[in-house]
Design a protein. Structure first.
Length: 142
C-alpha cells in the first residue's frame, strides 16, 4: 500500500503531497542550510523526484539557486520554506517540518565538519556528502 502525506507552507497557500517511502532522512549542518533556514541545522527528508507534487499554490512559490546544487523553494506569501530541488540528483529534499505526519527517523548527518550544533546521537556523521553524490564519503567523529 502506498502511503501519501500532505504538507504545506507556514500560511497554507502552498500545499504538497509526498508518496511512498522516503529515500533518506537526516540532518544537514552545512553553512548554506543554516544561512537559508536561520537555524543551526536542517532536518531533511529525501523523496524520489516523481513522488513529490505541489498540489496547490505552485504560482506562489519563489525560488533561489545559489550554486546549482540546491534549487530552493519557499512561499512568497509567508516566507515558509517548502522544499529544495536538486537538479543533479534523483531526489527532492522536503523539509521535515513541512510534512509533519511523516515519522522523522534520521539515519545520517551531512556536512558535519561544518557543524555549529554537535549532536551526539550515535548516527553516522559524514564529513560532507556520500561518495555516490560527489562527496568524500568520509565520516568524522561526533
Ligand atoms: Zn505560505
Ligand atoms: Zn545543507
Amino acid at each position: 500500500m502506498t502511503e501519501t502525506h500532505k504538507g504545506s507552507c507556514f500560511c497554507g497557500a502552498v500545499e504538497i503531497e509526498v508518496e511512498g517511502a522516503p529515500a533518506e532522512m537526516g540532518y544537514c549542518h552545512c553553512r548554506s542550510c543554516r544561512s537559508w533556514s536561520g537555524g543551526p541545522v536542517a532536518a531533511f527528508i529525501l523523496y524520489p523526484k516523481d513522488k513529490v507534487r505541489v498540489t496547490k499554490g505552485e504560482d506562489r512559490l519563489g525560488g533561489f539557486n545559489k550554486n546549482g546544487f540546491s534549487d530552493r523553494r519557499w512561499c512568497t506569501g509567508c516566507g515558509g520554506h517548502v522544499l529544495v530541488y536538486h537538479p543533479s540528483l534523483p531526489v527532492t529534499d522536503v523539509h521535515a517540518a513541512t510534512v509533519p505526519s511523516v515519522p522523522f527517523r534520521p539515519a545520517v548527518h551531512l556536512n558535519y565538519a561544518e557543524t555549529v550544533l554537535p549532536m551526539k546521537d550515535g548516527l553516522p556523521k559524514m564529513r560532507d556528502f556520500p561518495a555516490e553524490i560527489g562527496g568524500s564519503g568520509e565520516t568524522v567523529a561526533e
